[in-house]
Structure formats: structure tokens, C-alpha cells
Design a protein around this ligand. Structure first.
Ligand code: DOR
Ligand code: ZN
Length: 421
């Protein structure tokens, strides 16, 4: 075990002080054995927690592995990520979630917490072994068919009932399948102009409205993945005001990018749910500040070159997120460090019941933290990303902020902006 004395760092935006970590925890004072890190000009945040990451292992290790995705996460300031279940085979059994969990521990760069599938093979027909996944070594608490919607209302009800017993969560990819058949982008003025089949906002809003009613009826916990429309925000606002146990996430790309980018026909902008309009973006930003949307989650979706550098209609949806998320949020929210820590670390950790993450970095806290240089600027070069894939929508863009160091239980995973292993 090592120790670090981070000198003159601003903890969560407070005035500069020394931050000492030793033997995995934040401690009160240095004892002279620590390595010294110059923290001047840097902000310390609790390590970021991503509730929505696609790591692609098992099955598409050519696009990402648990290890490469973990390294991308650490470089993005994350200390914990929740790995989506749409792998091959699907993470719908205790065996697969334990495999992902073990690969994460072996990589040792972030805490990888597997999400279990709601239905067998994500097929939406029968419930997966939710209980066996919950009691496995992976200790799964969040279940999702992400990539697909649990569209059958009876199955959704059963899933909510099942996880209530252990305070689990169903994380829904809200997309009414009949309303989005053949959809290529947001349905609106731009899709009409381009002649591409539209994905209407109501396909998301209708499922969220249904699911908050089901969650209310059952008294169970619902989490809404990647909220993308102003109308969804209004449904969530009303549900929360009534006391429904619902939480929601927004991605960095839905906070910044709009459907106008589809006019380039560059599939790097193809994502599900699709990029929406500027007024949706404005509503999502406001909802994140208000807390109607609880967290930022990346929906980091690595794809191999052949699945992205092709015709728009054939390209897979999804974009990279882990290594740029904090920069995007910083550009959207500004240096509101407490708000950023809340939406990217504290609240996701609380939603997931993840101990030791999302702390206030007080003495005695586990040393899961990241150091950010807010004054740095960087030009995104896909070739420099740690992810095995290259599908970032920010190639060549200058972004604010740089992750200088990340510590997982007191051990550095990133130092001087570089991965330690
Ligand atoms: O754009 C997306 N990509 N949306 C999803 O729901 C799934 C994801 C993926 O797995 O690539
Ligand atoms: Zn999704």
C-alpha cells in the first residue's frame, strides 16, 4: 500500500488544502512516507460512477474488453462503472455476470458492477434468473434489457415485483418498438428534410409514462436510461412530484448534440435514442440542474470500425463516452463542482447502493477520487483513446478539462494523465 500527499488541491471546489491518502483511505495528516503530488490548480472530486457502460465482453472483444473499457473509464475519472447486459452471450445468468465481475476485478482499474438482463437473451419473452444474479458473487442490483425495451407491460410488472424483494432496480430503455420500426433518427423537421425514417419523441414518453405508473402500482424502483426528450422530462417531473420511486439519467451527448448533425450522414452521430432538437437539449440541461434528471450516465457504446464506418442505415447506434464525459459536462454546467460531483458520483453511487464511492472525501472515506485540471484544453484524437473503438463524435474538437489522476482505493489508476497499467 502506498500513500499520496496531494498538495494545495481544491476539494470539490473549496479553497486549496492538502489531501492525504494512505492505505486506501483519506487520512488527516501526512506522516512523511507519502509520494507528493502537486495539486495546485486541480480540483478533487469523488471518483465518477457510471450507471450505463457497454464493455462488450464477452462476445465483441474486438470493440472493447472489460480491461480496455476499464482503462478508458479510469482515464475519464471514473472509479466504478455498471456494465450493461447486452453482451454475447447475454448477461442473463449468474455465470455470465460473475465472469464480467471477475474480469473487472482482475483488470483492477475501476469497480466493474455487472447489470443483469431482465429477460432471457434480451428477447422480452421470459424473465431471466434475477434472483440468482442478485445472490451471485457479482451481487447484481440493477437489471436492464438496454438496447431493447421491456415492451410487454405484464413482463415489466413482474420484473418490478420481483426486484422489490431485494430493493433492486429495473433500468428501462424506453422505446415503444412499434413506434420506432425502421427508425434512423429523431422524427422531426430534419428527418423530413433528409428523408430518413423518424424515431418520435412519443415512443420514449409513452413507455416512461406507462412505467412510472407500473412502478407506482407495484411500489418498486424504476430507473430510466438515457432520457432524451423535453416531454420525458415533464412525465418524470410529475411522477417525482407524486412520490413515485423513479430515477433517471441523461447522457453527455444528449446534453450537447442535436439532430442537425445527422445531415452529415456521418454514422458517428447515429445513436439510440437519437440526438434530438435544441429545445430538447435545453430541457434536459435544466432537468439535470433541477434534479428531475438525477445523473449523467455515459451510454459508452464502443463499436468496431466495420459497424460504424459504413452507410448510415447499416451502422450500429452508439458512441464512445467514458473519456470525454467530464469535459462535456464541464462545458454544459460550468465549474459547479458540487453539482457535477452530485450528478456524476454521489447520486449514481446512492442509486446503485455502491458503498465507498461518491463520498465527500472527508477523513475516513475510501480514497476513490479523481483530480481534474479545469483550465486544461485538449483536442480529442480518437487514436489516443484507451477504448478499443474509435467512434467518438468529438474527434478534432477542443474540450475543456483534463483528468490528471484517478485513485481507486488509494492506488493510482491514472497519474500525470496517463494510465498506470
Ligand atoms: O446507441 C445505443 N447503443 N443505444 C443502446 O441502447 C444500445 C447501445 C449499444 O449497445 O451499442
Ligand atoms: Zn439504451
Amino acid at each position: 500500500m502506498t500513500g499520496f500527499l496531494i498538495q494545495g488541491v481544491s476539494v470539490l471546489g473549496a479553497s486549496a488544502s492538502d489531501l492525504v491518502i494512505r492505505d486506501g483511505f483519506v487520512v488527516a495528516a501526512a506522516d512523511g512516507t507519502e509520494d507528493v503530488v502537486d495539486g495546485s490548480g486541480l480540483v478533487a472530486l469523488p471518483g465518477l460512477v457510471d450507471l450505463h457502460t457497454h464493455l462488450r465482453e464477452p462476445g465483441r472483444e474486438d470493440a472493447e474488453t472489460v480491461e480496455t473499457g476499464s482503462r478508458a473509464a479510469a482515464l475519464g475519472g471514473y472509479t466504478a462503472v455498471f456494465a450493461m447486459a447486452n453482451t454475447s452471450p447475454v448477461a442473463d445468468t449468474a455465470g455470465v455476470v460473475e465472469q464480467v465481475w471477475r474480469l473487472g476485478r482482475e483488470a483492477g482499474l475501476v469497480d466493474v458492477q455487472p447489470i443483469g438482463a431482465v429477460t432471457v437473451g434480451l428477447a422480452g419473452k421470459q424473465l431471466a434468473e434475477l434472483g440468482a444474479m442478485a445472490t451471485s458473487a457479482a451481487g447484481v442490483r440493477i437489471f436492464s434489457d438496454d438496447g431493447f425495451c421491456v415492451a410487454d407491460p405484464r413482463l415489466m410488472r413482474r420484473a418490478l415485483e420481483y426486484v422489490k424483494a431485494f430493493d433492486g432496480i429495473i433500468a428501462q430503455h424506453a422505446e415503444e418498438p412499434r413506434l420506432t420500426e425502421g427508425a434512423q433518427m429523431h422524427e422531426g423537421e430534419v428527418s423530413t428534410r433528409l428523408g430518413l425514417t423518424g424515431w418520435p419523441a412519443v415512443a420514449e414518453e409513452a413507455i416512461i409514462a406507462r412505467d412510472v405508473l407500473l412502478a407506482e402500482h407495484v411500489g418498486s424502483r424504476l430507473h430510466v436510461c438515457h432520457v432524451s426528450t423535453a416531454g420525458s422530462v415533464e412525465v418524470l417531473r410529475q411522477a417525482k412530484a407524486r412520490g413515485v420511486r423513479v430515477t433517471a439519467e441523461v447522457t453527455p451527448h444528449h446534453l450537447l448534440l442535436t439532430d442537425e448533425l445527422a445531415a452529415s450522414y456521418d454514422p458517428v452521430y447515429k445513436v439510440n435514442p437519437p440526438l434530438r432538437t435544441a429545445s430538447d437539449v435545453a430541457a434536459l440541461r435544466q432537468a439535470l440542474v433541477d434534479g428531475v434528471i438525477d445523473v449523467v450516465a455515459t451510454d459508452h457504446a464502443p463499436h468496431a470500425v466495420e459497424d460504424k464506418e459504413c452507410e448510415w442505415a447499416y451502422a450500429r447506434p452508439g458512441m464512445l463516452g467514458l473519456e470525454t464525459a467530464l469535459s462535456i459536462v464541464l462545458s454544459v454546467l460550468g465549474e459547479r463542482w458540487d453539482l457535477i460531483a452530485d450528478r456524476m458520483s454521489r447520486t449514481p453511487a446512492r442509486i446503485a447502493g455502491l458503498d465507498g464511492h461518491g463520498t465527500d472525501l472527508a477523513v475516513g472515506s475510501p480514497a476513490n477520487l479523481t483530480l481534474v485540471d479545469p483550465s486544461a484544453r485538449r483536442v480529442v484524437d480518437p487514436a489516443e483513446l484507451a477504448s478499443r473503438s474509435r467512434n467518438t463524435p468529438y474527434s478534432g474538437t477542443t474540450l475543456p478539462g483534463r483528468i490528471v489522476a484517478t485513485f481507486l482505493r488509494g492506488e493510482p489508476t491514472v497519474l500525470d494523465g496517463k494510465a498506470v497499467k
